[in-house]
Design a protein around this ligand. Structure first.
Ligand code: NCD
Ligand code: ZN
Ligand code: ZN
Length: 354
């Protein structure tokens, strides 16, 4: 591959997005259309209201998603269940045959729609044991919620206090630490034995931005997500990890739309909407690291291998072209407006399809 500056176009298979919020109802028109333009599969997060915590809700949700896939596109929604009080060991036993891909644990109060999450890790132990036995992956929003822990420390403290003991108690459980944001998380992922089934997803915002983007020169609510953007050292560590070719790190956008008025609010919601152009955002980050050649495995292979859903011979239909362009100021979102990540700013890359 030529040096990064000389690369004018990448022609890649459609991506797998292993962490995506599509929301529900009228929002699906926007979210499913945007994501299916560049993704062929996505793990769909279950933090709706009410949470997707039984098979019927998951089936209905999948059917709604499918109805919103534009004609001519292939898009597979990999459905998850939300770990609430309603999840029993019996649910885990049937999960695979009922078409459930994974179970998502939101510690209670950690993020958007996590009120029905479970606060005590001990209370989840019977569920985790069954998941380990049945090979059902556990996806984790890895932040503690203790009021005395600083918001910037919540991921690192989660790793030390919750994840490390959990790993020790369930050595064969498949775990994905979602949307990692810290050098500590990278260091942890690099420290574990090769055979261990732990991986991490990384978002475009955590590769491109640090907390200055959120807080310097005025508060910028559209850069507010959870876990919150961290400092430059953390961003650099994430960029290094994502572009290193280590298969433990793979793509999960965490694209999480909230209507404009819910973000521009005295108590604004957490979440960045990147589904509009995620491949271009990742290309921008990988270019900065001089590692455009590492994007394909990060976006199309490592996650699929980890979840054992790799397929051969998929077509290369996604073109990411070097073409300066400005991200739109807003997008239609049901009866509201949605501000895409990095709105009104310039990017070097643009996505197109063959
Ligand atoms: C997500 C959302 O809005 O659903 N928000 C976010 O800031 N990441 C929830 C989540 O993934 O934590
Ligand atoms: Zn989360
Ligand atoms: Zn998320």
């Amino acid at each position: 591959m030529p040096p990064n500056q000389q690369i004018t176009e990448l022609t890649l298979p459609l991506f797998d997005d292993f962490h995506l919020h599509l929301r529900a109802g009228n929002a699906l028109k926007r979210t499913v259309s945007d994501a299916s333009f560049w993704a062929r599969r996505a793990i769909v997060m279950p933090n709706l209201q009410p949470p997707v915590d039984n098979f019927d809700l998951a089936d209905n949700y999948r059917a709604d998603i499918i109805k919103n896939i534009p004609a001519g596109r292939n898009f597979e929604a990999l459905m998850t269940l939300y770990l609430s009080e309603n999840i029993k060991t019996d649910t885990v036993k049937q999960a695979k045959e009922r078409g459930i891909f994974a179970i998502k644990w939101y510690p209670k109060g950690a993020t958007t729609n996590s009120e029905q999450g479970i606060s005590s890790v001990q209370a989840c132990y019977p569920i985790f044991a069954e998941m380990e036995k049945r090979g059902v992956p556990l996806l984790i929003h890895g932040e503690v919620t203790d009021t005395d822990i600083d918001i910037f420390e919540r991921e690192a403290v989660f790793i030390d206090r919750v994840l490390i003991p959990l790993r020790r108690d369930f050595p064969a459980l498949q775990i994905t630490l979602e949307h990692i944001t810290t050098a500590r998380a990278v260091e942890y992922l690099l420290s574990i034995p090769e055979a261990e089934k732990t991986a991490a997803t990384i978002t475009p915002q955590h590769l491109l931005f640090n907390r200055n983007q959120l807080l310097v020169g005025g508060i910028k609510p559209h850069f507010y997500c959870l876990p919150i953007l961290k400092c430059e050292t953390d961003r650099k560590a994430l960029l290094q990890a994502a572009t290193s070719g280590n298969p433990r790190f793979f793509l999960g956008t965490d694209s999480a739309p909230h209507a404009q008025h819910k973000k521009e609010n005295s108590c604004g919601c957490a979440g960045c909407y990147s589904a509009w152009n995620a491949p271009a955002l990742y290309a921008q980050a990988f270019e900065e690291a001089g590692a455009l050649d590492k994007l394909e495995n990060f976006a199309c292979k490592f996650g699929a291998d980890f979840y054992d859903i790799a397929t051969e011979n998929y077509e290369r239909v996604l073109k990411i072209s070097r073409e300066e362009n400005t991200i739109p100021a807003n997008l239609d979102y049901a009866e509201d407006k949605l501000i895409p990540l990095f709105a009104e700013n310039k990017l070097n890359w643009q996505i197109k399809k063959n």
